[in-house]
Design a protein around this ligand. Structure first.
Ligand SMILES: C[S@@+](CC[C@H](N)C(=O)[O-])C[C@H]1O[C@@H](n2cnc3c(N)ncnc32)[C@H](O)[C@@H]1O
Length: 247
């Protein structure tokens, strides 16, 4: 065959192969997601029938530090209930301004807390606080919307407070989180109680216990218990099985 002809055949084959790849990639990456017109505060992207909420911007960081929050959410009781050992390796995912990060850092003086967020401005706030408090056991980590970027198989406990419902890629994020946990490691998922219609929180920012259990089981986590000692949130505990597939 003429050289130009061979090139055209090669180019057509390459186009066909990459074309198939491109056509398939979104399908694989988006497995389990469906789409519709976004509702108020929503993204229009659905997972297990739940519309994913919009991400809270860093300009609202002051709201995370509001004085009334200690009464509304009892954060000290929440972190105590995690029963962390002093050398535990913990990850606060969707850490925001570090409202929970620093509470956990005080409980693990011989361990460390990874503070993961996708907004660099949030991590800057955390770094400022680390300096002000002269803390060295907090590690700020810039995550991606579909990857917490945590080291594999090393984390004892992951805390998710008011963050999971706004993950744009909950399946991929949770798979990354499960990979980061050691076998028997735990996920503590705190979300405003979706079953309570009197709770004055935007509907997409609440979750029912059943919804959360379905989504966590989808990535191989075992549900251990749901405790309702917090004023407004579920305190849900999940565990990575000792013989999990993501090790
Ligand atoms: C409502 S704030 C809660 C912050 C903190 N957990 C608290 O309770 O104070 C949610 C945070 O999750 C972060 N976030 C959203 N999607 C994320 C993702 N895929 N990975 C890491 N952080 C994420 C947002 O940037 C935001 O800072």
């Amino acid at each position: 065959m003429h050289a130009a002809g061979r090139f055209i055949v090669f180019a057509l084959c390459a186009l066909l192969v990459t074309g198939i790849g491109l056509a398939r990639a979104p399908q694989l990456a988006e497995a389990g997601y469906t789409y519709a017109t976004p509702t108020r505060d929503g993204t229009g992207k659905y997972y297990f029938g739940r519309e994913i909420a919009q991400v809270m911007g860093h300009r609202a960081a002051g709201w995370l530090e509001r004085r009334s929050r200690a009464r509304e959410e009892a954060p000290d009781r929440a972190v105590q209930a995690m029963q962390l050992t002093t050398d535990a390796v913990v990850a606060d995912i969707g850490a925001g301004s570090g409202y929970f990060t620093f509470r956990m850092a005080a409980l693990v003086p011989a361990g460390r807390v990874y503070a993961v967020d996708i907004q660099p401005e949030m991590l800057d706030i955390i770094r400022e606080q680390m300096q002000r408090r002269s803390l060295e056991n907090v590690i700020p980590l810039q995550g991606e919307p579909d990857d917490p970027k945590l080291p594999v198989g090393t984390v004892d406990a992951v805390l998710l407070v008011d963050a999971y419902h706004e993950f744009a890629y909950p399946f991929e994020m949770m798979n990354g989180i499960v990979r980061s946990l050691r076998p028997g490691g735990r996920v503590f998922l705190l979300e405003y109680r979706g079953e309570d219609p009197r709770l004055d929180i935007k509907p997409l920012h609440k979750m029912t216990q059943q919804q959360a259990i379905s989504e966590m089981q989808a990535v191989g986590l075992d549900w251990v218990e749901t405790r309702d000692f917090l004023p407004t949130q579920h305190f849900m505990v999940f565990e990575k099985p000792a013989l999990a597939s993501h090790q």
